[in-house]
Design a protein around this ligand. Structure first.
Ligand code: NDP
Length: 311
């Protein structure tokens, strides 16, 4: 593989794919390093009903696959790879991949998105896929008539709980305080749902499986009364926000305290020639359509940047 490029795009969600379409159509022959989760967050959703142009909705994985095929049609190349370290100190930038090889690029568009945040409970990771999940739309179906728990007090937790109430016999929302970040409308909807119960001022100490290989219960602690007790549960959904995927650039790019890229206007970062797109910078909107818009902006800015340099 040629390891010297004009444009490399990191991430293949809506932001990365749209940046790929635009920079490919600008004849920049971008290389897209797809990352751990090709297709990004849409690849783990089912129906997307709010992406303009699809009055009947469209299947999430299909939508991102269409975007990818559109980019390939104009000359984009996709590689299933992930960056371990990026040297952004001089151009061309050097990207070391997890597989060992290095890639050089004049322009870097970072569209690496954000990943689900976990509680870091002793048994949590080993039970992912065995009752522990961060994606209700992916896994809710497996908990028909089962006891479900959702952790968190934001819009994600309310949305997941409402969705999961279609399947489960009951849904308990566990939140560490009694103040909710969720919007009024989402909270109201959850509070009106007869299947949803709230356990506030409560934290999870652990999730356990009692040698059965799948979740059977949790240990909870009331932070006010300090009471510790067990509760039976089959599905354990963590909805406590996301962590932006910026680790390889941490010491070089301006990041906010939570690790999101700080924008220096438009799609620009603090480093000339490095642009951001999508959830890796946007903690507010986080929509497929805004991520696509951001990918378009990044590609247009990259093209103008190269043009100004006489390319
Ligand atoms: P938020 O950051 O809004 O909420 C995270 C929640 O998780 C908070 O209640 C927080 O508690 C809790 N939390 C964080 N860390 C821990 C921890 N270690 N242990 C226990 N609880 C924890 O994230 P969301 O993913 O809910 O939402 C992110 C953004 O996406 C928001 O802007 C939201 O509006 C938007 N969104 C919109 C939707 C829609 O409109 N349909 C659907 C989903 C999300 P605390 O408050 O105590 O810090």
């Amino acid at each position: 593989m040629n390891n010297s490029h004009q444009v490399v795009i990191l991430g293949s969600g809506c932001a990365g794919n749209t940046a790929a379409i635009y920079s490919a159509r600008a004849n920049l022959r971008p290389l897209i390093l797809e990352g751990h989760e090709p297709g990004g967050q849409l690849s783990i959703t089912t129906e997307v009903e709010n992406f303009p142009g699809f009055p009947e909705g469209i299947n999430g994985p299909m939508l991102v696959e269409h975007m990818k095929q559109q980019a390939i049609r104009f000359g984009a190349t996709y590689q299933h790879a992930r960056v371990k370290h990026a040297d952004l100190s001089k151009r061309p930038f050097k990207l070391e991949l997890e597989q060992g090889e290095s890639v050089h690029t004049s322009i870097l568009i970072i569209a690496t998105g954000a990943s689900a945040r976990w509680l870091n409970l002793p048994n949590e990771q080993k039970l992912i896929g065995h009752g522990v999940s961060s994606c209700a739309t992916c896994d809710g179906f497996f908990f028909r008539d089962k006891k479900i728990m959702v952790i968190g007090g934001g819009d994600s937790a309310m949305e997941e709980a409402n969705f999961l109430s279609r399947f489960g016999s009951e849904v308990a929302i566990v939140h560490r305080s009694e103040h909710f970040r969720a919007s009024r409308i989402m909270l109201d909807r959850a509070q009106r749902n007869p299947k949803i119960k709230f356990l506030t001022n409560t934290v999870v100490e652990d999730v356990f499986d009692i040698e059965k290989g799948h979740v059977t219960g949790v240990k909870l602690r009331n932070v006010r009364t300090h009471e510790v007790y067990d509760r039976e549960v089959d599905g354990f959904f963590v909805a406590i926000g996301h962590i932006p995927n910026t680790k390889p650039f941490a010491a070089q790019l301006d990041l906010d305290p939570d690790g999101y890229i700080i924008s220096h206007g438009g799609a620009r970062t603090n480093i000339a020639g490095v642009f951001h797109a999508g959830d890796v910078q946007d903690r507010v909107y986080r929509q497929a359509v805004t991520a696509s818009g951001a990918g378009c902006m990044a590609a247009i800015e990259a093209e103008r940047f190269l043009e100004a340099e006489g390319h």
